[in-house]
Design a protein around this ligand. Structure first.
Ligand SMILES: Nc1ncnc2c1ncn2[C@@H]1O[C@H](COP(=O)(O)OP(=O)(O)OP(=O)(O)O)[C@@H](O)[C@H]1O
Length: 611
């Protein structure tokens, strides 16, 4: 399907939904129109919960506060000032401003300092409690526990409010749908799936989360403003924890990560709650709670995914599902040399490590690490288990890791820069375990890897993905180009490793850090990776730093070997020198490691560094 056709279909669906909204008051009674006007606005806030929780992985209990920002802005301005068109616009601006201000503070606290997802959720939990207390303590200004009522507002009919609330919901849902389906929207899923990999692909995940949080706050505030202007009453409960949690429940019930699920979840539950509270005033909450528990137990993914799955399951019972290979939506291409945007290469060594130490409390894992590596060198870092090899890799790829010393990449001191900033200096890190986005396809993983270079569109999906020659070489050599539409979790171990390497190479790094890239690979795959690494160093001029336990592999491909033992470099020399070193043999023999200790090479020593 072409992009134009896809977008036309989405817009056609939105027009249908609008038509249904405009037909609503003609088929519904006045009571239902009244209740549903509120439900439509609540659904818009549930949509923001889904964007944050379902797509970005941030479980939030505080979206009610943004709704209240808009509602109270209208309530306060219309109560304490005259209702005029100018004041109505002022109230809207104040509501949005208050929501943005609150979201900026909360977002900074929750996401900026690399806080955990649990920490972020706890902050969003505290937010409605604080907001409610503030409203309670506002005296006659905020109306305290009674809130504000009886203020003048827009003179619109019940039907007009219904149309306004419905149109707002349709517009926000369509917009959200277009964004989450776009290239930029895929980043949200990538952050939810594997935030660490995103950072090591040079993406500023904190900034992304804060931006989405701010956008969701604005949607909530506008919904709250419309609500207050329509209902002409505001109360502290609008900012409360109970409403914040209800939004989460509606999202879970409808099916998080589906957008439409939470919208219908909110509409159905809020509408039914209004009906039940009238008919069964003492047990309606028990009924709603029981239905919620039953649905979540029976359909943990929520109602909408269950409804979508139903026909497939029914058909599946009749006819086993044939595995159909989906055609790739994106075509790969090799990036022109003129379009490459790798980090600037300085005159000095590609990597200079001086006096680096890493301590965990009283445990010193690295101490006095000094070495330099040039572009085109393939340096293997070997040593027994626990020698500090991975820790050294971490120190080079993340400025906050080391306890002392300096690291210069391409002539730039990495200082205390986070991983995404180190990527900008030219560092690419491949992890020990293949670190990709498991639910995304191979093509999507590669697109995320290029997101740093080509800003992803907020509404389109690119049909073409230009990649640097080095990444294309790995993709073609390993056969990944035939698996572009395969989800990463279905790839073999070897192909996952190749995918991660291609993703790192898509960053156009100058210093490539590889942590045991051959672990768990077959002999053929090892040979393939070996040839690729030699090519990367010799032809592409990359400085490759490799942690490896397979010493045959090290001997075949390395131009130089550094031996680490108990956090210190004990030898830095050629493969022959390392193989011949008595000290290295002792190090490995002492560790019980069957590696260099078993080598039988000439006994000419390398440059041994006193341990
Ligand atoms: N976060 C941490 N807190 C405390 N100690 C740690 C931490 N990370 C690593 N270490 C310790 O640092 C030492 C070196 O670990 P590291 O993973 O760097 O070794 P390695 O040489 O890569 O080992 P292997 O070859 O087994 O992967 C180990 O003793 C490990 O227990």
């Amino acid at each position: 399907m072409t992009e134009a056709r896809r977008l036309s279909l989405i817009l056609a669906a939105a027009l249908l939904a609008l038509a249904a909204i405009f037909a609503g008051p003609t088929v519904l009674d006045t009571y239902s129109v009244n209740v549903l006007t509120r439900s439509l606005l609540y659904a818009a806030v549930a949509l923001t919960v889904d964007l944050l929780w379902g797509y970005l992985g941030i479980l939030t209990f505080g979206q009610s506060v943004f709704f209240a920002c808009g509602a109270y802005a209208a309530g306060l301005v219309f109560t304490h000032m005259d209702f005029t068109p100018g004041n109505a616009a002022l109230a809207l601006a104040l509501g949005i401003g208050a929501a943005l201000f609150t979201a900026a503070i909360v977002g900074w606290l929750a996401f900026w300092h690399g806080a955990s997802a649990l920490y972020a959720s706890v902050i969003t939990l505290v937010l409605p409690i604080v907001a409610t207390q503030l409203l309670y303590s506002g005296g006659t200004f905020t109306g305290s526990s009674s809130g504000l009522s009886g203020f003048t507002s827009f003179d619109l009919s019940t039907e007009a409010w219904f149309w306004l609330a419905g149109s707002f919901l349709v517009a926000m849902t369509t917009l959200a749908y277009i964004v989450v389906q776009s290239d930029a929207g895929r980043l949200l899923v990538a952050v939810r799936e594997n935030e660490q990999r995103c950072k090591y692909l040079g993406l500023n995940t904190s900034r992304l989360k804060i931006r989405v949080y701010l956008a969701c706050a604005v949607i909530g505030a506008v919904a709250g403003y419309i609500y207050a202007a329509y209902a002409m009453v505001v109360a502290p409960e609008l900012a409360g924890f109970v409403f914040g949690t209800e939004l989460v429940i509606w999202t879970a019930l409808g099916g998080r990560g589906t957008l439409l699920g939470p919208v219908f979840g909110a509409l159905i539950v809020d509408y039914e709650s209004a009906q039940l509270s009238g008919n069964f005033p003492f047990v309606w909450q028990l009924i709603i709670g029981t239905v919620f528990v039953l649905v979540i137990v029976a359909f943990p993914r929520g109602l909408l995914p269950m409804l979508f799955d139903l026909p497939r399951r029914l058909l599946g019972l009749l006819r086993p599902r044939a595995a159909v290979a989906r055609p790739a939506r994106v075509a790969l291409a090799t990036l022109d040399a003129a379009q490459t945007q790798g980090a600037e290469v300085g005159n000095g060594p590609a990597l200079a490590v001086t006096g680096v130490a890493r301590r965990f409390g009283s445990l010193t894992v690295l101490d006095g690490i000094d070495f330099k590596a040039r572009a085109g060198e393939l340096v293997s870092l070997v040593g027994p288990n626990g020698a500090g090899k991975t820790t050294l890799m971490r120190c080079i790829a993340d400025g906050a890791e080391r306890s002392a010393g300096t690291i210069i990449v391409n002539g730039h001191d990495i200082g205390r820069r986070p991983p995404e900033a180190c990527v900008a200096l030219g560092v690419g890190r491949k992890f020990q375990m293949a670190n990709v986005f498991e639910t995304l396809t191979v093509a999507e993983c590669l697109q995320i890897a290029r997101a740093r270079h080509s800003r992803p569109s907020l509404w389109r999906r690119a049909q073409r993905l230009p990649l640097p020659e080095a990444a294309m070489h790995v993709i073609a050599t390993t056969g990944l180009d035939r698996q572009l539409s395969t989800p990463a979790h279905l790839l073999s171990h070897g192909l996952k490793q190749a995918l991660e390497l291609s993703m790192v190479l898509a960053l156009e790094p100058r210093v490539l850090l590889l942590d045991e890239p051959t672990a768990g690979l077959t002999k053929t795959e090892r040979m393939q990776i070996g040839a690729i690494l030699i090519d990367l160093a010799k032809k592409q001029g990359l400085c490759v730093l490799l942690v490896e336990h397979d010493l045959d592999f090290v001997r075949e491909i390395s131009s130089r070997v550094i031996v680490l033992h108990q956090g210190r470099i004990v030898l830095d020399g050629s493969v022959e020198e390392v193989v011949a070193s008595e000290l290295v043999k002792q190090v490995y023999a002492g560790s019980g490691h069957a590696g260099i200790a078993h080598e039988t090479a000439p006994k000419t020593g390398g440059q041994e560094v006193p341990a």
